[in-house]
Structure formats: structure tokens, C-alpha cells
Design a binder for this molecule. Sequence first.
Ligand code: FAD
Ligand code: 8RB
Length: 454
Amino acid sequence: MSARPPITIVGAGLVGSLLATLLAQRGFVVQVFEKRPDPRTHGFLGGRSINLSLVERGLAPLRLAGLADAVLATTVTMAGRMVHAPGGGTNLQRYGINAAEVDHSVGRGDLNMLLLDAAERAGARLHFDASLASADFANGTITLADHAGTRRTHQPGLLVGCDGAGSALRAALAAQTDLGERTDALGHGYKELAIPARPDGGFALEPNALHIWPRGNYMCIALPNTAGNFTVTLFLPGTGAYPSFATLPDAAAAQRLFTEQFADALALMPTFHADWDAHPVGQLATLYLDRWNLDGRAVLLGDAAHAVVPFHGQGMNAGFEDAAALATLLAAQPGDPGAVFGEFSRQRKPNADAIAAMSIANYHEMSDSVADPHYLLQRELAAALTARVPEHFMARYRMVSFTALPYATCVARDREQTRFMDRILRGRTTLAGIDLDAVAARARRELPPLPRAV
Ligand code: FAD
Ligand code: 8RB
């Protein structure tokens, strides 16, 4: 195989367009096939304003592509979670310990278009209205179809699947080899709603926060958009006792739930009925594969390889990390894609499993624990330890969001730190009476220092 094999990427979503940029910047000839029309000329499909939380973990790969500043210019910072109690009271829990440790709310459409421009600038060739229809691995060809069903064949070189949770390339690979695919439904669904900007253009809620209305085993969240509006998501069990989606037959029933539980949010939602009727209930699931590649011929990354539930806000961030890892490995060893794809899977799979587990666990934390006294006491102790022994203690959220520590390392350290805090807090309801300097000294002895890569 030639020194730099041609590369075909399926899917020009968030991960595919970043990967195309990184590979083209590294001298690869890159073609990208995207099912949808070009959002820059046809508008972003769906048209609704959907935003995502971007954190340092996802910014590092954008920085590698020279794009971090351009992206940050389009975002709203979220310094913490604003917790809305049933009575209407609010409480801001900061995500980080300084002004740099914040989440960034970014519009999906704007981000995708910026990444498409970057990919083209770097020299990648983008083909829209070109959906992967089939792959013939024996002959080394793929078939692409446009919206009218017209087909063409293409010789892909290396085939890279960035076609999202419903990946067509994954299905084609699964027909060829056992990927060990498993999907775990969460049993909860979601509904997208909206809080528009105020008539004067201002934000109807505190702009620099991720808003959460935790209600036990369900919740609402809201993320700010630069235009002054918020995208709201209701997360609710699919079936079972009220409230579940099964117990909300129509917008009127949903409005009753909001009147009881989210009255302050409902007051800011003039299009509640229309939004409820227009947006289907989305399903949430985790996707696991044992294998992401077919020897040196094809590999999957992003949601196509490891879709997660949303509660850590890490799907895109994890996919961006994948893109940086794959581009770096391929550039270092372009002549041996089999070795590269194998190494990529070995590096990333344990971390994909780790963020999948943390994402599920964070549903409980967001919808329930954030209002729990013991959890708040733990947060207080964590803050005290962070101030005294930052090289021995770092809260999980900070490790996940603001460092490049592998997700698997975050899980292991979090477990160790939580056990440590449990030993200190056993039987207590307040930090009063605890010698925090002695606890810090003990942390220095019992918790190994954080890896330098922070
Ligand atoms: P996608 O972005 O889904 O892109 C896949 C692309 O492939 C699409 O453009 C699609 O049209 C194309 N495609 C599909 N099939 C074919 C085919 N057969 N041929 C050619 N092209 C095809 N993550 C975060 O990190 N933070 C968040 O706050 C966050 N919020 C989210 C909010 C919502 C409402 C949703 C749905 C997800 C959120 N995520 C978030 C997750 C994040 O969106 C995904 O993890 C991320 O988009 C994955 O990128 P991807 O490129 O792998 O897939
Ligand atoms: N997919 C997020 C967090 C963590 C917040 C915290 C949580 C909506 C679909 Cl639910 C959620 C977070 O612990 O305080 N950071 O970013 C994004 C989240 O949901 C996104 C907007 C979402 N993802 C299908 C809906």
C-alpha cells in the first residue's frame, strides 16, 4: 500500500468533518460522503436550534485543527449548573474552580458548518446528498445513493465511518464480521422544548449556566443559545407510573405536569403546545461494540462506534477525541492501517466504555443527587480538598470536562476518591468538627497524585 492511502469518510457530521480537516492537514487525500444536503446552502436540516455542551476535552482536538478560537467566538459559557427547586428557588453549583473551567454551549448547525468550511479549506473533498447504500469489501467498492435513489460506485481506499448512531457502515461491517454489537435502552426518552429570547432580545433565565430542574427520576434541562433563547429538554421514563411519557397522551396533559413541577419554566414557554406536538419523543440508549474495525480496510468512530446517553454532555467531546487520536496514529504510521485501526480501538474502547458508564450514572446525579444533602456535603468536602491538595484530589466532573485524562482513569480515580470521602463523612451531616487540614494530610497519603497529563 502506498505511503499515504486515500481516505473515504462516511458522514460529515461533527466528528466526520473534524476528522476530514485533521487528515487533510496531515497530507492525506480525503473524500467525504454525507447523506444530507449541504447545510451551508440548504439550511441545517431540522432547522431547530439545538445546542451542545463543549468542554476542554473537546476543545483540545479543535485546537489541534486550529479551530478552537473560531468556535469559542460562537458560544455561551456555562459556569455551572443552576438547580431549580420545586418551589422556584435556585442554586448555582459551579463546574470548575476558576473562570477557565466552564462549559461552552455551541449551536450544532453553526459548529457543523464551521467544520465543513475548515475541511474544505484543508483540501478535503465533500460530497453531499450522497448516502452510503452498500459496501462490497471483497471488491473494495462502496455504493452511494442520492435522494432520488441514483447510485454510483466509488473505490474508497481506507473507509472511515462517522455516520452516527444509526451508522450504515456499521451495518455493512456487521454483515461481514461479528462486531459484538449490543444496544442498551435506558428506558427513558426525551422531548425538546423551547424558551425564546425576551422581547428585548435578552435571556429569560441566567444565561451563563446549564439549568436543571431535578425531580427525582425525571428532570428538565435548558442550555443557552447566543441568540438569547434556550433549548429545553424534558427527560422522563418511557412507561410506568405518572409521570412517564406513556401517561402524557397530549400537550394538555404535559402542560399539567409542567404546571405542577416546572411552573417557572412553563411561564417562559409560549410555544409549549406547538413544540410538544411537533417534536417526537426521542429514545435514549447506549451502543457497545467489541470491534470497531475490519482489519486495515474500515474503522468506525464517534457515535457510530459508541453512542452514549446524554447526561455527561460528552458524546461530541468523546468523538472529537477519537478524531484526534485516529488522525495522529494514521499520520505516524500511514503505511499500516491494520495496525493503526487496531491500536486506535485498543486506546479508545476502554475509554468509550468508561464514558458510557459515567453518562448513565450522571442521570442519577443530575436528576436526584444535586438536591440531596449528603451529595452537597460531599461537594463541600471535595472543594476543601481541592483547595488544599489539588494534586491529590480532583472532582470527577472536572476530570471529565477540563482535563485530557483518559475517561477510564477518571472512573478509577473517582471510585477511589469517593471511597475516601465516604470514610471521612460516615455518620456526619456537616463538615463542622472535621479537621480539614488533617483530612488533607490523609488524602496526600492515601490518594496517589494525579497523572501529570492534567
Ligand atoms: P453525527 O453528528 O450524528 O453525524 C453523523 C453524520 O452522518 C450526519 O451528518 C448524518 O447525516 C450522516 N450520515 C448518516 N447516515 C449516513 C449514510 N448512510 N451515508 C452518509 N452519511 C450519513 N454531545 C456532547 O458532547 N455535548 C452535548 O451537550 C450534547 N448534546 C446533544 C444534544 C442532542 C439533542 C443530541 C441528539 C446529541 C447531543 N450530544 C452531545 C451528542 C452528540 O451530538 C454526538 O455524540 C455527536 O454528534 C456525534 O458525532 P458524529 O459525527 O459521530 O455523529
Ligand atoms: N442529548 C450536558 C451536562 C452535564 C450537566 C451536569 C447533561 C439533550 C439529547 Cl442531559 C445533559 C449535560 O452534570 O450538571 N453537560 O452537558 C448536556 C445534556 O444534554 C444534552 C443537551 C442533550 N443531549 C438527546 C438531548
